[in-house]
Design a binder for this molecule. Structure first.
Ligand SMILES: *Cc1c(COP(=O)(O)O)cnc(C)c1O
Length: 472
């Protein structure tokens, strides 16, 4: 038979859907996914035949479809695109993995407040129109000590609004050593340009003195800006001007003092573990007298993606009237989760209940026990694994020098090449993202919950099966 005759032996999509395989899949998955998977498999076989290769046929000389392939495709197609993953990287604030996992209280508030209606912009006491920005004011005043606050979509938006609202067409003086890039999409000079403010760089990469700022001040200057370096550290021959000195210089010269604090810790990370580097906290920045401070809510704070501006009431009020705010304002989901997270801080429950803080604080003995528990589950599934001592980083533009001792479970090298294993793990459901180091695949347990260990062991078992060609 030639290729053309073979092509005629390919089944039609409808025929497959009416058949046993089609009916079974239609009972498990939406029709569109089954249709697309079947069509994909028929197309694949057509390409094979056109390329001169043969395809298996049944008794009736119809070309036989690969049922396992179709089932896999149906599964892949019907899974949500954005979904939960198991984080075995050990990086607590992994921007690519959604940064901070939310506290139970935040999740409960989301469900409670968003499954029906909520008083987002409604004053319950007066029965009149309210503002979405009101709900966090008292909470934030308690936690930061600032006069006024404004929540926006993220810290990049906070910086954009702060500069656009108060420094447009005027100059903002920034140290060269603080012109940071955070993860490619946020660069201080670019955000400044977008805001309409003009950047005036001062100092050198490693050293900037107060006199550098002072020399740069002129009639067009609007503000002195300090930026937290966040994801890198400078060591050696360095000098930077402390925020308090910048603030007093700005005040003397009639300028605004602004600070992009980056991570926005509400409590000093060293109170969680003494081996972490010192970090400026939001209340410290506010106490220094800085006019406006901006920070992220999904870094060390451990809440939903949002950015907060805090500082002088007159400056915040002006930003509330800025037309950009309408584009940058947070939605009800963010505000619900943020309020619940901030309440944990207010009520002294954050260290126990905010996952980011818990993962930072967890001790080595607990991590070792968790790694051993995971290894035991893996061995019960017949996997040869080892428990290794590793070091993990905090990540996500926070605590660049913070190397945390941790424990990881590593499958034996004999189980397969780590890259192939990792690819199979990422294909799993739920996917597991691990870390590759020194030729090994590591599942760092710092970022895995005790409740996830069964899933992790099962994921490893499935991935080993997949790469060794056994049925998953
Ligand atoms: C992380 C960070 C940002 C960006 O914050 P997002 O909340 O991700 O928008 C801006 N500035 C600094 C210093 C940061 O660390």
């Amino acid at each position: 038979m030639d290729a053309l005759q073979h092509l005629r032996c390919l089944p039609q999509v409808d025929e497959v859907l009416r058949g046993e395989l089609g009916q079974r899949l239609l009972g498990q998955a939406p029709r569109w996914a089954v249709v697309q998977a079947v069509r994909g498999e028929i197309d694949r076989l057509r390409q094979e035949l056109l390329a001169g290769r043969s395809a298996p046929q049944d008794e009736a000389r119809r070309i036989r479809l690969d049922a396992a392939r179709i089932e896999q495709a149906v599964l892949r197609l019907s899974r949500p695109g954005l979904r939960r993953v198991l984080n075995g990287t050990g990086v607590i604030l992994h921007t690519n993995l959604g940064r901070a996992p939310l506290a139970e209280a935040a999740l409960a508030r989301l469900r409670d407040g968003a499954s029906g209606y909520c008083n987002l912009e409604y004053r319950l006491d007066e029965g009149s129109r309210g503002s979405r920005h009101e709900h966090v004011q008292a909470l934030l005043a308690h936690l930061t000590g600032a006069e006024a606050h404004l929540v926006v979509n993220n810290n990049a938006a906070a910086v954009l609004l702060m500069l656009g609202g108060h420094c447009a067409r005027r100059e903002v003086v920034v140290s060269r050593g603080e012109l940071v890039e955070i993860g490619g999409s946020f660069r201080i000079p670019d955000v400044m340009r977008a805001s309409g403010a003009r950047l005036r760089e001062v100092g050198t990469t490693n050293r900037t003195h107060l006199s550098d700022y002072e020399a740069a001040i002129g009639p067009r200057t609007a503000a002195l800006l300090k930026v937290h370096r966040s994801n890198f550290a400078m060591v050696g021959f360095t000098h930077e001007v402390p925020l308090a000195e910048l603030v007093s210089c700005a005040r003397k010269r009639g300028l605004l003092s602004l600070c992009d604090l980056g991570s926005g810790a509400l409590i000093e990370p060293r109170t969680l573990r003494p081996d972490l580097p010192a970090e400026w906290t939001v209340p410290e920045a506010v106490r220094s007298g800085c006019d406006l401070v901006s920070f992220s809510c999904d870094k060390l704070l451990g809440g939903p993606q949002a950015g907060i501006l805090c500082g002088r009431r007159d400056l915040i009020d002006r930003l509330r009237r800025h037309p950009l705010l309408r584009a940058l304002r947070p939605d009800k989901l963010t505000l619900l989760a943020l309020c619940a997270t901030l309440e944990l801080y207010r009520d002294g429950r954050a260290k126990q209940e905010v996952p980011v803080l818990r993962m930072l604080a967890v001790g080595e003995a607990d991590l070792r026990a968790r790694a051993e528990a995971l290894a035991t589950r893996c061995r019960a599934l017949g996997l040869d694994v080892e428990v290794l001592e590793v070091r993990s980083v905090v990540g996500g533009g926070a605590l660049p020098l913070g190397q945390l001792p941790s424990f990881a479970v590593a499958p034996a090298v004999s189980l397969g090449p780590p890259e192939a294993l990792h690819a199979a793990l990422r294909e799993g459901d739920p996917p597991l993202v691990a870390r590759l180091a020194e030729g090994r695949l590591l599942c760092d347990v710092r970022t895995l919950a005790d409740s996830e260990l069964d899933e992790v062991a099962a994921a490893l078992r499935r991935a080993v099966n997949v790469i060794s060609g056994r049925s998953a």
